[in-house]
Design a protein around this ligand. Structure first.
Ligand SMILES: C[S@@+](CC[C@H](N)C(=O)[O-])C[C@H]1O[C@@H](n2cnc3c(N)ncnc32)[C@H](O)[C@@H]1O
Length: 231
C-alpha cells in the first residue's frame, strides 16, 4: 500500500517554548496531526506544553500512552500501539509530527517508535528534526561551558558510578534521580563543582550548586547534574 503522509520526529527542546528550532515550528504549522506521548492519559504532556503555542489552534491531536516503566514487555505493547495509530494516519494521507523532549536522538524513547516505523516506511518519508538538549540548556542557564578546548565530556545515564572516570574533567549525569547519592559521594571525594538542574525552562525550574554536605533527598525525574572537576 502507498503511504502518502510524511512522519516527523520533532525535538521540542527542554522546556522554554522559545528554545525550539525554527524548523520544528515550520513543521508544526503545516502538519495534519501532532502525536503527543503521555505517561498517563490524565496528565499533561510537557512536550505538548512546549509545542502548543506554535501549532494552529485546530490541530488534530493524537495522544499516545507511554507508561513510565522499564518493563520491556509493557513498553513494546505501548510502542506497537503508537506505531499502529501513526501508520493509520499516514495511510490516510495525513502528515504526523511526533513530539519528543529535548533532542530526539539523545536518550529518547522516540528511538523505539522510529525503529518500528523504519520497518514500514521508506526513509524519505521519515524526518527527524533535532532539538536543544536539556544539558545544553542547563549549561547555558549557569553560563558555563560543557567542555572547552581539548577537554573530553562524558555523559552518563544515572546508573553507572561517576567515580569510575576520575580522569574525566567534565561529566553530565542524566536521569540523576536514580543515583544522586553516588554523585554526592564522588563530589565529596574528588572535589570540583556540581550543578543540579531540575525542569530547566519549565514551571518549577530549580538550578543550584550541590554542596559536599548535601543530603541525597528525592529529586524530580527531569533533573540532571553538570560536573566540572577542573575548578
Ligand atoms: C529520557 S531522557 C531525555 C533527554 C532529552 N532527549 C534531551 O535531549 O535532553 C530524560 C532525562 O533528561 C533530562 N532532562 C530532560 N529535560 C530536562 C529539563 N528540562 N531539565 C533538566 N533535565 C532534563 C533528565 O536527566 C531526565 O531524566
Amino acid at each position: 500500500m502507498t503511504i502518502e503522509g510524511k512522519f516527523y520526529g520533532i525535538g521540542v527542546g527542554p522546556g522554554d517554548p522559545q528554545l525550539i528550532t525554527v524548523k520544528a515550528v515550520e513543521v508544526l504549522k503545516q502538519v495534519d496531526v501532532v502525536a503527543v506521548p503521555k505517561s498517563r492519559m490524565d496528565r499533561e504532556s510537557v512536550a505538548w506544553e512546549i509545542a502548543k503555542g506554535h501549532c494552529p489552534s485546530d490541530i488534530q491531536l493524537m495522544e499516545l500512552e507511554m507508561p513510565m516503566t522499564s518493563d520491556e514487555a509493557i513498553l513494546q505493547v505501548a510502542w506497537r500501539n503508537a506505531a499502529t495509530q501513526i501508520l493509520y494516519a499516514l495511510h490516510s494521507g495525513k502528515s504526523v509530527a511526533f513530539l519528543t523532549l529535548g533532542d530526539p536522538s539523545f536518550y529518547s524513547t522516540y528511538t523505539y517508535l522510529l525503529n518500528l516505523l523504519k520497518e514500514e516506511l521508506p526513509s524519505e518519508q521519515i524526518e527527524t528534526v533535532p532539538g536543544i538538549m536539556a544539558m545544553a540548556a542547563a549549561a547555558a542557564k549557569v553560563n558555563q561551558p560543557l567542555a572547552t578546548g581539548d577537554e573530553p565530556l562524558l555523559v552518563l545515564p544515572g546508573i553507572e558510578g561517576v567515580d569510575k572516570y576520575p580522569e574525566i574533567p567534565n561529566l553530565v549525569v542524566m536521569k540523576v534521580s536514580r543515583n544522586l547519592p553516588e554523585v554526592l559521594k564522588d563530589l565529596h571525594e574528588s572535589g570540583g563543582k556540581a550543578v543540579l538542574a531540575t525542569r530547566v525552562g519549565q514551571a518549577g525550574e530549580e538550578i543550584r550548586e550541590l554542596t559536599e554536605q548535601e543530603e541525597a533527598g528525592k529529586v524530580d525525574y527531569l533533573s540532571l547534574v553538570l560536573i566540572n572537576r577542573s575548578v
